[in-house]
Design a protein around this ligand. Structure first.
Ligand SMILES: *Cc1c(COP(=O)(O)O)cnc(C)c1O
Length: 407
């Protein structure tokens, strides 16, 4: 008799975004004349740039000709793309990575869910609270946690990110083996400083822990003092895996392309240098058949000088949205965090209103959809997330409606 993986029964049923959609639908049905403005979802809206489209088309055209057709490629990725990634690390971040430490993938979300499979089933997980939900859920499914206990799971080390610590956590005070860090952070928009990363790196090296560093929003960092890659900080190659994506930097949310860096210097309690890189290689060659060859041509184009310059303009466009939203919310008397080196604003509700109550108020009064902070973890209670990934007209309309209608 087949039995299901009962760990799935522990999951909080993907409560956040379906519940946002449900409440929005109910409101629309009751108020059919109301125009709803969405500032909720972390999805890109701007079309791909000419250089990227050119690359994608080349990828398609290659497939039309016997001489250039390719079937399965290397599971680790197209060697030209891996080289382009290595060059970008060295040129833009002064970090030297070797090509066989780069693993091209179909995105940062799958990688951040899959990476823990190469670590022990009893590894203790530490997470930023609030956090991108996949880090928690993938480890619940893998059986690394106990049952859900209200809004948290037993067995996970939650690292609160609050106003007190500038929304970047202090190092764990308990044993932690796998530490997930996301900077710039979704949902808080906070970016770790070099000193903050250094403290985690020192903790990890001392305890033979491994940091899973999600850098999906690195292109949004404007401040040159802030590290974009964790490898800008000394010691990181011994203790950190970096996960990245073309989704937010180049609009590949629907195209699907990302990469992970698994350095050969990385060690764990029972893994000498090189071992973890070869495990991830084994995992990928066994369970993954490589990213789309069309998408990879698009990725190579996105990392060309023209591609990078074109995408910078789109990032600037989204960050102008962030500035517009920031200004409006501050004028309305809100305390606003993030939104400067990240496309998310993290906003405190007034009078300690609960996140979901504020969601309802914003929808009812201003017809604007935001994301309740409590959906990202217990420390998100009393906050809401606003996304800057909109088209300008929609952002301006949303902001006007907040100005005019939010009481
Ligand atoms: C959007 C996002 C990603 C990107 O995931 P892809 O699978 O590459 O589209 C990764 N991490 C975080 C925190 C994100 O918000």
């Amino acid at each position: 008799m087949a039995k299901i993986n009962a760990h799935y029964n522990k999951l909080g049923a993907g409560y956040l975004f379906p519940e946002v959609a449900r409440r929005t639908r109910l409101f629309s049905a009751a108020n059919p004349d109301a125009t709803i403005y969405k500032l909720g979802i972390g999805n890109t809206t701007m079309p791909l740039t000419p250089a990227v489209i050119h690359g994608l088309k080349k990828g398609v055209e290659n497939l039309a000709d016997l001489k250039t057709y390719t079937g399965y490629g290397d599971e680790q990725g197209n060697s030209r793309l891996r080289k382009a990634i290595v060059d970008m690390y060295s040129k833009e971040h002064g970090v030297s990575i070797e090509e066989d430490e780069v693993f091209v993938s179909d995105g940062a979300k799958p990688d951040s869910a899959n990476i823990s499979s190469i670590f022990s089933a009893d590894a203790i997980i530490a997470l930023q609270d609030p956090a991108y939900p996949v880090y928690v859920d993938s480890n619940v499914i893998a059986g690394r946690t106990g049952s859900a206990n209200g809004v948290t799971y037993d067995g996970i080390v939650y690292m609160p990110c609050t106003e007190r610590n500038g929304f970047f956590p202090d190092i764990p005070t308990r044993k932690a083996d796998l530490i997930y860090l996301c900077s710039p952070n979704n949902p808080t928009g906070a970016v770790a400083t070099k000193e903050q990363l250094k403290a985690f790196i020192e903790f990890a090296i001392k305890n033979r822990a491994v940091i899973i560093f999600d850098a999906a929003y690195w292109s949004y960092i404007k401040d040159p003092k802030l590290p974009r890659s964790i490898y800008e900080v000394e010691g990181a190659k011994e203790c950190a895996i970096e996960i990245n994506s073309f989704s937010k930097s180049s609009g590949f949310t629907g195209v699907r392309l990302g990469w992970s860096i698994v350095p050969k210097a990385l060690v764990a309690e029972d893994a000498a240098p090189g071992k973890i890189t070869s495990l991830w290689n084994r995992r990928q060659t066994t369970m993954f058949n490589g990213a789309s060859n069309i998408a990879q041509e698009g990725g190579i184009a996105a990392l060309s000088d023209t591609g990078l310059a074109e995408n910078q303009k789109i990032i600037d466009y989204y960050m102008e949205n962030a500035r517009i939203i920031h200004k409006c919310l501050v004028e309305k008397g809100f305390e606003v965090f993030g939104g400067v080196n990240a496309p998310y604003l993290w906003v405190k509700t007034k009078d300690s209103m609960k996140s979901w109550d504020f969601f309802d108020k914003m929808l009812k009064e201003a017809h604007v959809v935001i994301t309740p902070g409590s959906g990202f973890g217990p420390s998100g209670e009393g906050y809401f997330r606003v996304s800057a990934f909109g088209i300008r007209e929609n952002v301006l309309n949303a902001v006007q409606s907040i100005r005019d209608n939010l009481k």
